[in-house]
Write a protein that binds this ligand. Sequence first.
Ligand SMILES: Nc1ncnc2c1ncn2[C@@H]1O[C@H](COP(=O)(O)OP(=O)(O)O)[C@@H](O)[C@H]1O
Ligand SMILES: [Mg+2]
Length: 447
Amino acid sequence: MSEPPDPERNRISARIGRVARVGANMSSAVGARVMGRDEAALARALREALGRSKGPLMKVAQLLSTIPDLLPQAYAEEFRKLQAHAPAMGWPFVQRRMRAELGDDWESRFASFEHEAAAAASLGQVHRAVAHDGRALACKLQYPDMASAVEADLGQLKLLLGLFKSMDGSIDSSEAVLEVGERLREELDYARELKHMRLFALMLADEPRIRTPEPIDALSTKRLLTMTWLDGRGLMHWLAEPQETRNRIAELLFKAWWGPMTHYGVIHGDPHLGNYALTDNAERLHLLDFGCVRIFPPRFLDGVVGLYRGLKAADRDQIAHAYEIWGFKNLSPPLIEALTMWARFIYGPLLDDRVRTIADDVPPAEYGRREAFEVRKRLKTLGPVLIPREFVFMDRAAIGLGAAFLHLRAELNFGRMFAESVAGFSTEAMAARQAEAVARVGLATDA
Ligand SMILES: Nc1ncnc2c1ncn2[C@@H]1O[C@H](COP(=O)(O)OP(=O)(O)O)[C@@H](O)[C@H]1O
Ligand SMILES: [Mg+2]
């Protein structure tokens, strides 16, 4: 079907063009850094360039900024200030996109459909609608041409990280880029996201306090995801609540992230503040956005739990063996020591059987930064260390959750909670559970 010329379509194409230009600016900016210009000023320039862009490049930037050991601090801070404000598709354009997804009679398949977008998504926008059975719905509708925009961004990302590697020399992120690329490409496929959503519903079925949206198959496609609307308020709304409420929120987050991980080897890779909400006096957690979900090979969980057990027993051999399973190569004693610095930081609260905060006197935005700096300094002397791809989203989830717990000033026995979560862990049982769950929702594993 050939489409008539469309000014809004042009607007969106122009946006993608801008993204490509920003990419070019970015590499010249990084070039300037190599020439020795002030890093913070450079980061500001990057932010200005990125701020003018409305593309998924921002998604990449935000993603990177949550991995504290991947970007120098000045960049990370500037990136963190970015807010996704994609230009909304107007109603005529939305109608055309909906027609393309659901057919000419698309509007009759809803009782009502709001013309204005209710929220921006990174690759599209979310509209409220009402189903014929009266249920409130959320329709996530993708912009056109996002596949090529994502590919362009990934090219820039590779370039950027390659330059970092030559500048900084602590980390070889080539596998991390593969990982991020694979997840971003998956994120284009809303049909896959629908299955992820089902997978989380299944994995969290025993936890009535955590809810996921119910997907509506008949009103969903690869580029349109229709699901029940879940309301609630974001984390920041609850920060002045009593300790008990804040602790409860932290406990719900802990369950939502580490439960699926320890029982199924699956993690929600995007613990971003916009991706969950709380309701009913924070008795209930509404988990959203299943675009970035990592289904780990079961063997990797052996490494995750093995490292926990090794650290708890202070068993050097078990620790070293765990790093091997994680995928670290050339494990010399100084590398093991550097990795253990990071592991002790990430696992620290989980090793402690007492009520405590995640970290004392650390602002949430700086969580992990000092430790990452120290570890990077050590890695530098060892040559670029290849970061295994499984590390990326595991680390990101741990840091994202840690920052949320700091925001909440949560005081919990994280050690006991984790011990309960891995009590009786066996790779075989987990692998069987994962295979069954993944098959039930129609996903294939890469295990
Ligand atoms: N089921 C839902 N119910 C209510 N709001 C939703 C729902 N799904 C998405 N949203 C809103 O839309 C925003 C973007 O959706 P999300 O799935 O997070 O997109 P993206 O993958 O691009 O981040 C969310 O932050 C949230 O505000
Ligand atoms: Mg989101």
